[in-house]
Structures are given as structure tokens and as C-alpha cells.
Design a protein around this ligand. Structure first.
Ligand code: 6GU
Length: 249
């Protein structure tokens, strides 16, 4: 998989050199490139924004650097992947569609993703119109109902969720299979040794005895119950669609 990120804060993406994604890059499973949008400006101040037409607070990102950036990134990506390959261009945006595990699954099967980090006042709308006109595949994705200053943190989150699903990136593929079986439910509680632990307040805390029973069928059933109970308690919204299915509506 190839990933390009276009941003005015390339340093914001340095965590992508660490941990699981860093290793995936070094092993050649992911070819990730971060680009400074300002390289596609031509004025002395390397200007990427201007005040909104019609007035109002904040600044809006100018269309010219973005159009030049997409064209430049497309050219270098196609030099590496082949001229028949087109990227999916993703705009992290609080006004986008909610990014979910299902989105991560879908995008993990893409050959090429391009992330375009705007500041939250936004990018001139004509950039989207232009991309649609030239037949680009475009997605707006939101992490949730709150506002970040820019798309960079969202790219960190989305990239991690997507890249860990690329075959070979997560060493223990079993954990991914377990995750997909539990899809739509919250994780069950987990325990490790010691089975009996005296906490700093002197309270002896036992792990659930069933986990020491060696009965894998019972353990799986217990975990399933725990997942369902947690989901009912913390995220009943996740169960609502299932309830409707069960009711046949
Ligand atoms: Cl994807 N971008 C920004 N700027 N803010 C957000 C977001 C994305 N998701 C939630 N808030």
C-alpha cells in the first residue's frame, strides 16, 4: 500500500515512523510519503491561506497550492505504481462521514491513499469540484463530533486503523480474526498473572476463576456475555441496529 500525506505541518506526522507503522514501512509493506503543501506555493511568503470571500472569521486554504499538490503527488505515485493506478483522496473533515472500523477495512484494501490535511475553516470548495470533475475518487472522513485544528491528528488515527489491517502488518493475525468476530461489540475485560493480586490498598483481587478453568468453550461464552453487557452499559447505540434486526424491522 502507498500512502501520501499533504500537510503544512509535516513534523506532525513523525509518529508514523514509530511502532507498528514504522516497522511496516521499514519492511516495505507500506510506502508512506509526507509532503509539505508549501512546496507548491510560489510567492515569497509561501502563502496557503486567505480570508474568506464574503467575510467571516478565520482563514480559508487557497485552491492553487492544493491543485498543484494533487497533480504533483499523482505524478510521483503513478511513477511508482503505474499510470493506470488512481488514488483515493481522503479529506479528514469534521463535516465528513463518520470513520468506522468498516471504513478502515475497506481502505486497507486500497493500493493508494492520499490524505489532504486542511485546517478546520476549510479548503476552497472549488478544489472538491475540480477533483470531482477530473474523475478523482474523493472521501470526507470525520473522527467524531468535535473539532480539531487540522486533519493531521485524524490522519495519524486513520492511518493506524487502516495500516494494521494490511496483511502482514500485525504479527498475530489471530487477534485481527478475534476482533472481526467481535465486530460491533466492545472488548471483553482481560486479565493476566498473578491470578490473585493484592492491590496497593491491600485488597486481594482475584481474576475470574473461569479464565483458569481451561474450558475454552466456557471462556468464549463468558467473554461474549461480558462484551454484550459492556456494550449495553456503555454503548447501547451499537446494539440498537441489532435489536431492530431481531425485531424484524
Ligand atoms: Cl477528521 N478533522 C478535524 N479538523 N476535526 C475533526 C475531525 C477531523 N474529526 C473530528 N474532528
Amino acid at each position: 500500500m502507498r500512502i501520501d500525506v499533504i500537510t503544512i505541518f509535516p513534523e506532525y506526522l513523525t509518529p508514523l515512523e514509530l511502532s507498528l507503522i514504522g516497522r511496516a514501512r521499514r519492511e516495505g509493506l507500506v510506502d508512506l510519503h509526507v509532503h509539505d503543501l508549501r512546496q507548491w506555493t510560489h510567492d515569497r511568503h509561501r502563502t496557503v491561506d486567505d480570508s474568506p470571500l464574503g467575510g467571516g472569521a478565520g482563514m480559508v486554504m487557497k485552491p492553487e497550492p492544493w491543485a498543484a499538490a494533487f497533480s504533483g503527488v499523482r505524478e510521483s505515485g503513478q511513477a511508482a505504481l503505474g499510470t493506470d493506478v488512481e488514488p483515493l483522496i481522503i479529506f479528514p473533515n469534521p463535516a465528513g462521514e463518520p470513520f468506522a472500523q468498516s471504513t478502515a477495512q475497506e481502505w486497507s484494501r486500497c493500493e493508494w491513499l492520499v490524505f489532504a490535511c486542511g485546517r478546520y475553516e476549510g479548503i476552497d470548495e472549488r478544489v472538491y469540484q475540480h477533483l470531482a470533475d477530473v474523475g478523482c475518487e474523493v472521501a470526507l472522513a470525520s473522527l467524531g463530533d468535535y473539532v480539531l485544528n487540522g486533519g493531521e491528528v485524524a490522519v495519524l488515527a486513520i492511518t493506524e486503523a487502516v495500516v494494521r489491517l494490511v496483511p502482514g502488518v500485525v504479527g498475530n493475525a489471530e487477534s485481527l480474526i478475534e476482533e472481526s468476530h467481535a465486530a460491533g461489540l466492545l472488548e471483553y475485560p482481560v486479565f493476566t498473572r498473578p491470578a490473585s493480586w493484592t492491590d496497593p490498598a491491600g485488597v486481594v483481587r482475584e481474576a475470574p476463576p473461569i479464565l483458569l478453568s481451561g474450558d475454552h468453550g466456557k471462556i468464549a461464552a463468558w467473554r461474549q456475555e461480558q462484551s454484550e453487557a459492556r456494550t449495553r452499559e456503555r454503548r447501547p447505540d451499537l446494539l440498537a441496529p441489532l435489536d431492530e434486526d431481531a425485531a424484524g424491522s
